[in-house]
Design a binder for this molecule. Structure first.
Ligand code: ACO
Ligand code: OAA
Length: 372
């Protein structure tokens, strides 16, 4: 039998022209993540990932209009959220169910023609932030807020979440975070989406499966746990003793380490800078300071870098966002990557079906149940 690679480490499972990680540098369709984070809008990055080229000015305008005009969600979704006791429902679980439900309201859900799938991608990207914010408000006993046509994607997210128009710096932070999380080669949730649709299942199924994979603490779920850890530490001086104890118990430090990056995650520095700026501005510099101490200690002790989830936690916290919404924000952004990969998979599809090395008992003789 063939040899196994635990966790498929280093295995090249597909070709893709969406994003690439080479020598710890991340690019989307060949554009450096640093350039995109500094100069672009999330809408432009979504266009880039879906079309594999940057838009011209009029194309971007049209794309932005398409997104905003598709942001409304069916009333049935709102009623669905209202019909449950949401007090102990994790937003990622709600999101997973909501996207699946959304598929029932799309008459083209099972139309596999490329243009129909592209239009579904736009509709899903448009609606995801409305779904997350509607959930967040309904569980707090508030009415959902409808999107505004003249706001950007990032601004609309904050507007629909808080019910008031955000400040420029807040919009800039969310726009940048959305760009930085948009795609990441064959990460676990993107792979999940591709495996699902490679059976020629529909876009909604692929995205629902991917949400389930992103939810886990070893992947997108880490950002919420980073903030849990920082909250438990609470004071800068407690950071190192806390981390030492966790490591002595062989516990993983959330937001640290990465399967692919060795020297560092190129997205983390942007989030680190934002974390410094926002925590200082809101008089909560301790979150940034204890994060830096943890990052330096883990790098020194284990040689592990901070990943994208690490500083995003203190960024979102500084924006006043509830901690269990951190992973849904990741999902809002990663929808663009998942959708681009789903379209690419359909474009050149073959069923994804690896093998397992069987390590169970050899052939055994069957004993009838009454004789066991
Ligand atoms: C957007 C994202 O998904 S980024 C990743 C988000 N996830 C996290 O932040 C969770 C914490 N990090 C981790 O669990 C891991 O680093 C992962 C899941 C990201 C990568 O995992 P893998 O490549 O499979 O590495 P693996 O878990 O095998 O770890 C290799 C070694 O580093 C150690 N290690 C890896 N990450 C950490 C960590 N965060 N804290 C402490 N030790 C760690 C492991 O204990 C192991 O040590 P050992 O060889 O002495 O047993
Ligand atoms: O690529 C990975 O394994 C995880 C990651 O950083 C991401 O999905 O952004």
């Amino acid at each position: 039998m063939m040899s196994t690679t635990k966790g498929l480490e280093g295995v090249i499972a597909t070709e893709s022209s969406i994003s690439s990680i080479v020598d710890d540098q991340l690019t989307y369709v060949g554009y450096r993540i640093d350039d995109l984070a500094e100069n672009s809008s999330f809408e432009e990055v979504v266009f880039l990932l879906l079309n594999k080229r940057l838009p011209k000015q009029d194309e971007l305008k049209q794309f932005e209009n398409e997104l905003t005009s598709n942001m409304e969600i069916p009333d049935a979704l709102i009623e669905h959220f209202k019909s449950y006791d949401l007090s102990s429902v994790h937003p990622m679980a709600a999101l997973r169910t909501a996207v699946s439900l959304l598929g029932l309201y799309d008459s083209e859900a099972d139309v596999m023609e490329p243009n129909a799938n592209f239009q579904k991608a736009i509709r899903l990207q448009a609606k995801i932030s409305t779904i997350v914010t509607a959930f967040a408000r309904i569980r707090d006993g508030k009415d959902p807020v409808s999107p505004k046509k003249d706001l950007s994607y990032a601004a609309n997210f904050l507007y629909m979440l808080n019910g008031e128009e955000p400040k420029d710096l807040e919009v800039e932070a969310i726009n940048k975070a959305l760009i930085l999380h948009a795609d990441h080669e064959l990460n676990a949730s993107t792979f999940t989406a591709r495996v699902c649709v490679a059976t020629l299942s529909d876009v909604y199924s692929g995205i629902t499966a991917a949400i389930g994979a992103l939810k886990g603490p070893l992947h997108g779920g880490a950002n919420e746990r980073v903030m849990k850890m920082l909250t438990e530490i609470d004071e800068v001086d407690n950071a190192i003793p806390y981390i030492k104890e966790k490591m002595a118990n062989k516990e993983k430090i959330m937001g640290m380490g990465h399967r692919v990056y060795r020297t560092g995650d190129p997205r983390a520095k942007h989030l680190k800078k934002m974390s410094k700026e926002l925590t200082e501005l809101t008089g909560q510099a301790k979150w940034y300071e204890m994060s830096v101490k943890i990052e330096e200690y883990i790098k020194e002790e284990k040689g592990l870098p901070a990943n994208v989830d690490f500083y995003s936690a203190s960024v979102y916290h500084s924006l006043g966002i509830k901690h269990d919404l951190f992973t849904p924000i990741f999902a809002i952004s990663r929808f663009s990557g998942w959708l681009a990969h789903i379209l690419e998979q359909y474009d050149n599809n073959r069923l994804i079906r690896p093998r397992a090395e069987y390590v169970g008992p050899k052939i055994q003789s069957y004993t009838p149940i009454e004789k066991r």
